[in-house]
Design a protein. Structure first.
Ligand code: B3K
Ligand code: ZN
Length: 855
């Protein structure tokens, strides 16, 4: 296995660059199997010494220093080259290499997607394009010349176009120049037969910016929403963060084969087509919301990531945590703060808490890695965003804005660290943030235990908060963190007995006291003010009271969750909860989108995590059965109000993806998910599945298929046939199959995966079927026979042979294996061992599976 020899990179071993590239000129002569790349790089001495350049899968054709052929002075290995002998303090390196984009199935570096050339360089893909100090603290300006056949009319790179023209034969060229110094991971090139959807934007200071979204011919009428989201993002960043765009053109290109969601290359964002293309027939409301969020995210990176970048990859959260936080703020402003917060927290718990509780747990700023691509995690992104949110809450909005301003002013153009980020806030607020910084270095989700006492005579309420941080791989002992706990204290009428406030717990335990006229019902951790697991003994009456009365939307929702969990885990009679739920979901004063969230019950995965956290054995079949029983009970008890809601929430206007319409559709879909279990419910679902916007069809089709209702197979087949020409819509059909709890789900998934025309090499297809099965279908994935595990491991191995990054990411589905019974653990262990024993295992997959196996 390659991982035995793979090097571990450590934060503690950071050293500044020996040689700094200042200007880069690249000339590409594009051809599928033999692309020529000429690089002319002006280097200046850093710490000096030998010149070491990263490079992988490059055939070196020539190498010169200041015009002198240096090939004899080079030592080339699998990871790069070293030049020996003396060097002047400044020199020009010129080298030509040949690469083969066509065979590049890993989708890192320069590759081909449906005949279109594109790049993905973050984190370390640039070294597959040319020899270079491929590290983010080497920032240079780039000039790029692209020569290609005219059958690829659009030739793009970062920055602004400075020249273009015809060449001999059927070839042409374009030259681009990016004036802003950037690290190599932000380099991008695109060449293809593309059309653009155009618009423009005038910045606050009056600069005109051309906006272009490039897609394949035929897709241009599916770009309007992405463009609208882009313009709104640009305006928002000016208004909220004071950040203006800094080039005369901003481009987005949609690509079908892409390892992730999107990439923030300077001036030339490259997107998975799934997060650009949308029409009412092909995208759901959720897709629209994701497009909006991801367009914003990549755009916001222009300042948080590009203008100010990371010193090294350990600082990834510097750009990712902050940019996620910014895109969450943007989406909340654009839609609903309460709904956005609940959805963000649900994600955080499902992905990050899960990661934090298992063998892949690592700090927001990791301290070592083998393959950096394995650290683009929920912890770095989502927990990284939570840390920013806590900082803002602790110092206040105005101070936050001042600190960010200082950060931008002080560090523009630099490659920075978390210390630089926190330093700006220390200096602007005068506060000591050293204890707060533990959020970046200590892994694991803190457990926050709250206990209270009421002294009726003295009218004194005391609330004791205690924090315990679990041990995580490599970190046995933890120090107390700074935990902001937003709270309210409610009286028996649901009124706030004191103004809502913030408690700050910075010791292991502390007691806070309040003088109150009556014993309150506490509402703690409002808006989920810290990424912790709150434990507090509550009675059913109290939970139902909060579901009915809490003025904090997050905690109102949370109270419903607590009721559902009690019913699911302790078999508590759900009657009182369901009645309170009926009242809440029919309360017309509340936003339908919020009510839809109230109607969503905890997933099997959420219950498995909760069961495990409570120290109980996790039985996936029992968890699934309990979930089914609760849904049946809810469908029965709420049938009448759900029918009314289903009718009342019908959207009769023309489709619009706005939050208001989307909310009504979401509530209607939530009602239908339960109604499908009642007599006549399947008829409603069949009718809805047959026509209308995708946002109405898809939930209906899912409800039918997942309940195994009569006509489900026919409806699925009709949908497949209608959309076979559209891969993005077909992905949704794949996901319905993959996530079906029906007993024959694995057989169906196997049949689809095994058919000759299943394009499994495409990451979107692979994730929609194989990934969704393992991550989104616990009852079938954890089938006691081990068939689910075996099927999944086979496909992960197969994918590893072509695309290690996608294989490794998908394999994370195994991370919870220690929760299950001994027999299941044995079955998973056998699959993990089989993967680890595979010949030519990638370091990506080797690292992930190795860490999981060690649990
Ligand atoms: N920065 C990219 C992610 C790159 C992942 C490399 N494995 C997208 C983003 O977070 O915006
Ligand atoms: Zn990002």
């Amino acid at each position: 296995m390659r991982t035995d020899t793979a090097r571990t990179v450590k934060l503690a071993e950071y050293t500044p660059p020996a040689w700094i590239a200042e200007t880069v000129r690249l000339e590409f002569d594009l051809a599928p199997t033999a692309t020529r790349v000429l690089a002319r790089i002006r280097f200046r001495k850093g710490t000096g010494g030998k010149l070491r350049l990263d490079g992988e899968a490059l055939a070196l054709k020539s190498a010169f220093v200041d015009g002198e052929d240096v090939r004899k002075r080079l030592e080339i290995d699998g990871e790069g080259l070293t030049l020996s002998g003396p060097l002047p303090d400044e020199f020009t390196w010129e080298a030509e290499v040949e690469i083969a984009p066509e065979g590049n199935t890993a989708l890192e570096g320069l590759y081909l997607s449906n005949g279109m050339y594109c790049t993905q360089c973050e984190a370390e893909g640039f070294r597959k394009i040319t020899y270079f100090p491929d590290r983010p603290d080497v920032m240079a300006t780039y000039e790029v010349r692209i020569e290609a056949p005219k059958s690829l009319p659009v030739l793009l790179s970062n920055g602004e176009k400075i020249d273009e023209g015809a060449l001999e034969g059927d070839r042409h060229f374009a030259e681009w120049r990016d004036p802003w110094p950037k690290p190599s991971y932000l380099f991008a090139l695109v060449a293809g037969d593309l059309v653009s959807h155009d618009d423009q934007f005038v910045t606050e200071s009056g600069r005109e910016v051309e906006l272009k979204i490039f897609v394949r011919p035929g897709d241009e009428d599916r770009c309007a929403y992405a463009m609208d989201a882009l313009k709104r993002s640009m305006r928002w960043d000016e208004r909220v963060y004071g950040r203006e765009y800094d080039l005369s053109i901003f481009m987005i290109v949609a690509v079908d084969d892409f390892n992730m969601g999107a990439m923030e290359n300077k001036g030339l964002n490259i997107f998975n087509s799934k997060y650009v293309l949308a029409s009412p027939e092909t995208a759901t409301d959720r897709d629209y919301a994701l497009i909006e969020g991801i367009i914003a995210h990549e755009y916001f990176h222009n300042w948080t990531g590009n203008r100010i970048t990371c010193r090294d990859w350990f600082q990834l959260c510097l750009k990712e945590g902050l940019t996620v936080y910014r895109d969450q703020q943007f989406s909340a402003d654009a839609r609903s703060h309460a709904v956005q917060r609940i959805e963000d927290v649900a994600q955080l718990r499902a992905r990050q808490f899960r990661e934090d509780a298992g063998p892949l747990a690592h700090p927001v700023r990791p301290e070592e890695y083998i393959e950096i691509n394995n650290f683009y995690t929920a912890t770095v992104y989502e927990k990284g965003a939570e840390v920013i949110g806590m900082l803002r809450r602790l110092i206040g909005h105005d101070e936050y804005r001042k600190g960010v301003e200082l950060y931008f002013n002080r560090h523009d153009g630099q490659a920075c660290t978390i210390e630089d980020w926190l330093g700006a806030f220390q200096d602007s607020t005068g506060r000591d943030l050293s204890q707060f910084a533990l959020w970046y270095s200590q892994a694991g989700t803190p457990k926050l235990t709250a206990t209270s006492a009421w002294d009726a005579e003295a009218g004194e309420y005391s609330l004791t908060l205690r924090q315990d941080i679990p041990a995580t791989p490599g970190q046995d002992v933890k120090m107390p963190m700074v935990i902001p706990v937003a709270y309210g204290l409610l009286g028996s009428e649901g009124q706030e007995l004191v103004p809502p406030g913030l408690l700050v717990l910075d010791k292991t335990e502390e007691t806070f006291t309040f003088r109150l006229p009556e014993e309150p019902v506490p509402s703690l951790l409002r808006e989920f003010s810290a990424p912790v697991i709150l434990e507090r003994e509550t009675s059913e009456a109290e939970r139902v009271f909060l579901l009915a009365n809490d003025t904090d939307a997050f905690n109102k929702w949370e109270a419903g969750r607590a009721c559902a969990r009690a019913a699911l885990m302790e078999g508590a009679d759900p009657a009182a909860y369901l009645d309170a739920l009926a009242a809440a979901v029919t309360d017309d004063r509340q936003d339908p989108a919020f009510r839809a969230l109230l109607l969503g019950f905890p997933s099997d995965e959420e219950m498995a995590a909760a069961t495990h956290a409570a120290g109980k054995p996790v039985d996936p079949d029992a968890i699934h059965a309990a979930g089914e029983a609760l849904r049946e009970a809810a469908a029965e008890r709420l049938e009448a109000p759900l029918r009314d809601l289903y009718a009342a929430m019908e959207v009769t206007e023309a489709y619009s993806p706005d939050a208001e319409q989307a909310g009504r559709r979401a509530l209607r879909a939530a009602a239908l998910r339960l109604l499908v279990r009642r007599p006549g419910g399947a008829d409603l679902a069949r009718a809805a599945a047959a026509s209308g916007p995708l946002s109405e069809q898809l939930p209906a089709l899912t409800a039918l298929a997942h309940s195994g209702a009569e006509g489900a197979d026919a409806a699925m087949e009709a949908f497949r046939a209608a959309w076979a020409h559209d891969p993005l819509v077909t992905d949704k059909w794949l996901m319905i199959h993959a996530m079906s709890p029906q007993p024959d789900a694995l057989d169906k998934v196997k049949a689809i995966a095994g058919s000759d025309d299943f394009p499994w090499r495409n990451p979107n297809r692979f994730r929609s079927l194989i990934g969704a099965f393992a991550a989104g279908n616990p009852v079938r994935f954890h089938d006691a026979s081990g068939a689910g595990y075996r099927f999944f491991a086979d496909w992960v191995l197969k994918m590893d042979g072509v695309n290690p990054q996608t294989a490794a990411r998908t394999a994370g589905a195994f991370e919870t294996w220690r929760r299950y019974d001994v027999k299941r653990q044995g079955l998973v262990a056998a699959e993990l061992d089989r993967i680890l024993a595979a010949p030519r295992l990638s370091k990506d997959l080797g690292e992930i599976v190795g860490r999981i196996r060690k649990a």
